[in-house]
Design a protein around this ligand. Sequence first.
Ligand code: JBZ
Length: 257
Amino acid sequence: MTVDLVTIFPAMIEPTRVTGVVGRAIERRTLDVKVHDLRDFTTDRHRVVDDVPYGGGPGMVLKPEPLFRALDAIEAVREGPLTVVLTSPQGTRFTQAEAQRLSRVDHLVLLCGRYEGVDERVRERVTEEISIGDYVLSGGELPALVILDAVARLVPGVVGDEQSVAEDSFSRGLLDFPQYTRPAEVIAPGADPSGSPTLKVPDVLLSGHHGDIRRWRKRQALTRTLARRPDLLATADLDDEERAILRELKGARDGRD
Ligand code: JBZ
């Protein structure tokens, strides 16, 4: 997969290009991520990318021509159709399902908005407009990085363990079960040392009973999802055992006073 990201702040993107899962995929050439500085597509001495809005009002708007030239340059290099994403508060919400869909395209372009927005005519060349959520940001760079990370890890070969990607609880529509690592017991930080209270790993995880562990994890994931994100349960992909546990948990919840 190739990703071309257009921004006025290339420095915001560079750390992601060289770090972690995305960095490793680029090194291994499973992923090709090119960052384009929008100012390189200006033609004036001062490399101006923005201008005042027609009709007046506060703030500045990204000019259309540098974005069109950037897209022309990308089109000239990549063969085949481009999926052109504009990150914008007016976009449809980014979800795991959207990440899955985008992970199957060959050439992805991410246009990062800035200022009060981009000239409306740029949308002529945009195939989708995506928002990562309802909060005010100063630009589309962080949303583009969120999209890049979520999409890249679904591209075959980017994350080593395909199984872990497929089983990732969020792609099944549930929150994760709690995770623990060694040691099996730690002294509670900040607690009274005379009483030496300790924080223990749940016994079931040390038991070696894989069936018990699997059921405990399911119950924990469902308990958390019911408490924190009950909305997810409407569309979660549950097996028979999980449906039975969920009925039990809901019964306990509804039965209490
Ligand atoms: C986004 C104009 O630049 C912006 C500003 C906010 C913003 C984006 C671009 S993309 N918020 C989001 O994904 O929600």
